[in-house]
Write a protein that binds this ligand. Structure first.
Ligand code: ATP
Length: 366
């Protein structure tokens, strides 16, 4: 059992799987398929990530493009579900990413109210902070325009302004500082430092190693879906920069081959093997415990706190039954026959009864 106070965020054995459908119709077909499902390539964006963030700590998440940083930060903030594993965040989270959680059809002002309401604030509490948010965002009359007309810098300003004023315990900043101008950047850094002094916990996703070194107490390097390293900021950043220097030094062909190899590993990842490996590690660490109990506990840890994103066969059969019943009732209704007639003679459904609305039927009544 975890000590109740030794972490603010716990991420354990977290994975994220995506099915790479080529088209929307392929996705729809797979959704309704009853028998053997058409094989769709799978991609594991995260292949088993575990770490803890202490209360009051600022943890940096670094890694090359597509390594899984946003996927992980979105899972921590509850925007998307993980495929397996546990995520425990003690407190209210507020994510600051470019446009994260902003509704394009609503104006800036409407988005402020919506996001604050979602964070649990009352209308009068929102009125009290509205001016501060508006001043911080500093985007003038654009506040009254739909967010879809904003530049990425404006979205970031609004997102940042809302997120830092709704008083969250845990703040996740995903690349929000990379799009603003220098004045806005300084304002954000001052706000982040204020949060650090107040003892808030921050996860800071960035490609800017200078910002990471200024702001982070520790850093996690996410590398093509795995946690490559976690530890003291300077040492992890040094190792990461050594890797990027090595990578940049490779020929174009070697770079492509390296990236292809990494992506292939992510496609062929086996969740069952990973579960087995975790169980074996736990058995080795606890030799006195019953291995079967450990296997069951690991399975519960993997799947106990996640809702399956896929429909089970039983659910798919049920969907088909409901759909068929719905179409049958529509058919009976349109045919004008009684339900018992159609059940006794199903072909009746295709012989529509003429009504008084039918011009010919009206004639015959006359
Ligand atoms: N909805 C999705 N469907 C399929 N694959 C996805 C989806 N979302 C993300 N991915 C893939 O997951 C991997 C990780 O993406 P993610 O955005 O988390 O990386 P990142 O480290 O934040 O990248 P960047 O630094 O470019 O923002 C990428 O290979 C991406 O293509």
């Amino acid at each position: 059992m975890d000590n109740a106070v030794d972490y603010k965020i716990k991420v354990e054995n977290v994975t994220k799987e995506y099915e790479l459908f080529k088209t929307q119709s392929e996705k729809l077909r797979s959704f309704f398929a009853l028998g053997h499902r058409h094989e769709v390539p799978h991609f594991w964006s995260l292949m088993g990530i575990s770490f803890k963030v202490k209360p009051g700590e600022t943890l940096g998440l670094i890694g090359v493009n597509g390594s899984g940083k946003s996927t992980l930060s979105n899972i921590i903030s509850g925007v998307i579900p993980q495929t397996t594993g546990q995520v425990d965040v003690r407190g209210d989270t507020s994510i600051i990413a470019i446009g994260a959680g902003l509704r394009g059809n609503l104006t800036g002002i409407e988005n402020i109210r919506l996001k604050a309401l979602m964070q649990g604030l009352t209308n009068s509490e929102i009125d009290a902070i509205m001016t501060d948010i508006v001043n911080f965002a500093d985007i003038g009359d654009f506040l009254y325009q739909p967010v879809k007309s904003y530049s990425s810098g404006m979205k970031s300003r609004l997102g940042f302004a809302i997120a830092v004023h709704v008083n969250p315990d845990v703040i996740i900043i995903d690349e929000a500082l990379s799009v603003g101008d220098d004045t806005f950047y300084q304002k954000c850094v001052a706000k982040i430092n204020e949060f650090k002094e107040e003892g808030k916990t921050i996860v800071f996703v960035s490609h800017n190693m200078k910002q990471v070194k200024i702001l982070c107490d520790r850093v996690a390097w996410i590398h093509y879906g795995t946690l490559k390293e976690i530890g003291e900021t300077q040492s992890v950043v040094d190792d990461y920069q050594e890797f990027t220097k090595w990578f940049k030094g490779q020929s174009k062909k070697d770079k492509k081959a390296f990236q292809r190899q990494m992506k292939d590993d992510q496609k062929s990842f086996s969740i069952d093997n990973y579960e087995k490996q975790v169980a074996e590690e736990r058995e080795a660490a606890n030799p006195e415990e019953n291995p079967q109990a450990i296997t069951a506990a690991v399975h519960k840890d993997f799947y106990g706190s996640v809702l399956s994103e896929k429909m089970s066969v039983a659910n798919r059969i049920l969907t088909w039954v409901v759909l068929f019943a719905f179409l049958f009732l529509c058919g009976v209704n349109i045919s004008g026959h009684s339900m018992s007639d159609v059940v006794a003679h199903p072909s009746q459904m295709f012989h529509v009864v003429k009504t008084l609305h039918d011009p010919n039927a009206t004639k015959s009544v006359k």
